[in-house]
Design a protein around this ligand. Structure first.
Ligand SMILES: [Zn+2]
Length: 595
């Protein structure tokens, strides 16, 4: 791999040259100055962050001929040079990934008792130590238990949890951290300058970002770029090599999200898709940037947020407008898309849905009705029919046929039917009928409970009352469906028989506050409707949903009618319709046949 050479060439020869890992370096330097070097070290951390580089520096430092211990390794003396060139017989390196057996381990440590040939210490560096077999670890353990004075073991691993505890307990352990974007970029610029390369502004940061904390990977990318450019490396070249989307497009999407501008956000996504760019990479870049913003906001710490110099200002400006709860939601939402984007046959659709959902999930400004009035120009904005049926008292007194009111466990309001609460976590007490909105807390991304916020009624064609009623009923039906498994489970402790009956039933409709179950047979219907059984189900549903409901059974599936009610029911199942309803806090008032 061509990329190794630049990394090798720029491998630090002294502690001072080393990039990052200051905490490790300081401790090791002190140990060398005070001659308290341990016999076994364990270096853990991700790949490419300098574990073996530090191991070699340590090997040099303990053997360096410089009289000043604080200056070791000097990088210049005969010992330092031998080790740097890989000629030193007293520094033994083994890659455990390809030498896992007990024989390999025995061969490695066979000469451990004999004194070093030239230096003061014989240093054993075992890379990918977690790959050793159990037998190999056991062979090594014997040596670690009683190491000779002149031996030092350095075990490096990316997967410390695979190293046996018996080994861990004998090692002094150092954790290596990922390189930050700013420090990686700075190192890239230094290397580039020395190699006679120029980097367009932002290019070093872009490479650093793609390398996700590995200096080795970052230098590998720089080397590849150097090989096909004439010395000047542009952003476009970096992006094309790395399959990155331009930072400007990610920025445009974040900008739109912060503004709550769905149209601009969807335009950004489509712009990226139209260029044929890799949407997964785009989404990863987006998540990475949102994550930085989240960390910046949550911790107020540029170092933790790992922000490159190129975007400090922009991030600071975003942080002014961002809000932690929303960012958290967005990061979760977009980071879950990777698999979907890989498998979907629908191109950018998952990303578009996520964008819409991101804006739907705007945490509640509590007084929803105040900001409601209209969303001008929005597709569904003409509607806004009330969700709860504002039934006049007379009408409310007429209950659904087969449901005696007495069966309900909840005292009901005199005039109006009980409030249908928006979310299951809502207070089970019925709200006063005059209260405007059951705008409960936003259900959040994991709980797609339909919003039942009422809206001022607007005069519309084709029986708005019927449409509003259907919307309210189906909101409740969707709520019941979403919790159906839990409802059945909750019933079991009360009555296994009723649970068994429910297993052959399913919710198919809601009329007002009555949930209609489709039962498997007249036997099931009859038994479920027995007063004591029905009460169990009603009580469980009320507790689960936070809504007082009555139960009715039927054994006939409703015929597929194309009336408005069933059309609304079908339309509500459509993801995009649901998203639109949520965004505009609207409800379906009419469905027009396709032209
Ligand atoms: Zn030296």
């Amino acid at each position: 791999m061509a990329s190794v050479s630049l990394y090798r060439k720029w491998r630090s020869q002294t502690f001072a040259e080393l990039v990052g890992q200051e905490h490790v370096v300081q401790t090791l330097r002190n140990a060398i100055v005070e001659e308290r070097v341990a016999h076994a070290y364990l270096f853990t951390g991700p790949r490419g962050v300098g574990k073996t580089s530090v191991a070699r520096l340590l090997a040099k430092a303990v053997n360096c001929l410089d009289a000043d211990r604080a200056a070791r390794p000097c990088g210049a003396c005969a010992m330092c040079q031998e080790i740097a060139e890989g000629r030193a017989v007293d520094v033994i390196e083994m890659d455990a990934a390809s030498n896992t057996s007990v024989e390999d381990a025995r061969a490695l440590i066979s000469g451990v008792m004999t004194r070093p040939t030239r230096g003061r210490y014989r240093v054993y560096i075992i890379d990918e130590a977690h790959m050793l077999s159990t037998a190999a670890f056991n062979a090594l353990l014997k040596t670690l238990e009683e190491p000779p004075e002149h031996a030092i073991f350095v075990l490096a691993t990316t997967e410390v949890h695979k190293v046996p505890a018996t080994i861990l307990s004998r090692c002094q352990r150092f954790t290596f951290t990922r390189h930050g974007i700013a420090s990686t970029a700075a190192h890239l610029r230094r290397v580039a300058a020395s190699e006679g390369l120029t980097l367009e502004p932002g290019a070093a940061e872009a490479i650093a970002r793609a390398a996700t904390g590995s200096l080795r990977d970052a230098l590998g990318v720089l080397e590849q770029l150097a090989s096909f450019t004439s010395g000047h490396i542009s952003m476009a070249q970096v992006q094309s090599l790395l399959g990155m989307t331009s930072a400007a497009e990610v920025a445009a999407l974040i900008e739109a999200l912060l503004e709550g501008d769905a149209a601009a956000a969807l335009r950004a996504v489509n712009g990226v898709a139209d260029q044929g760019a890799d949407l997964r990479q785009f989404t990863r870049d987006l998540v990475e940037r949102l994550r930085s913003l989240l960390l910046l906001l949550a911790a107020g710490d540029h170092a933790l947020a790992d922000i490159g110099d190129d975007e400090r200002e922009m991030m600071a400006a975003w942080a002014q407008r961002a809000e932690t709860g929303r960012l958290l939601h967005w990061v979760k939402l977009f980071s879950a898309l990777d698999y979907q984007l890989r498998t979907t046959p629908y191109g950018q659709l998952p990303l578009e849905l996520a964008v819409v959902e991101a804006l739907v999930g705007q945490p509640a400004q509590p007084a929803a009705p105040a900001r409601r009035p209209e969303a001008p120009g929005a597709p569904l904005s003409q509607v806004a029919a009330p969700v709860r049926r504002a039934a006049p008292p007379a009408q409310a007194a007429a209950p659904p046929p087969a449901t005696p009111r007495a069966a309900s466990p909840i005292p009901r309001g005199e005039a109006a039917p009980p409030i249908i609460a928006a979310a299951p976590q809502a207070n089970p007490e019925p709200a006063p009928p005059t209260e405007a909105a059951p705008t409960g807390p936003d259900p959040g991304p994991d709980l797609p409970v339909p919003s039942l916020a009422p809206s001022p009624a607007a005069p519309v064609a084709r029986s708005p009352e019927a449409a509003a009623a259907a919307n309210a009923d189906f909101s409740l039906l969707e709520l019941v469906e979403a919790h159906w498994e839990e409802i059945k489970r909750d019933v079991r402790p009360r009555s296994p028989t009723v649970q068994a009956l429910l297993h052959s039933a399913r919710p198919i409709d809601v009329e007002g506050n009555t949930v209609v179950l489709l039962a498997a047979s007249p036997f099931h219907k009859e038994n479920l409707e027995k007063a004591q059984n029905r009460r169990i189900v009603e009580e469980v549903m009320q507790r689960r949903l936070g809504v007082a409901v009555a139960l009715r059974c039927t054994i006939e599936a409703r015929a597929e009618s194309r009336d408005l009610r069933s059309q609304i029911r079908e339309a509500r199942k459509d993801d995009l319709v649901r998203a639109a309803m949520n965004i505009f806090e609207a409800h379906i008032v009419d469905i027009e046949p396709p032209e």
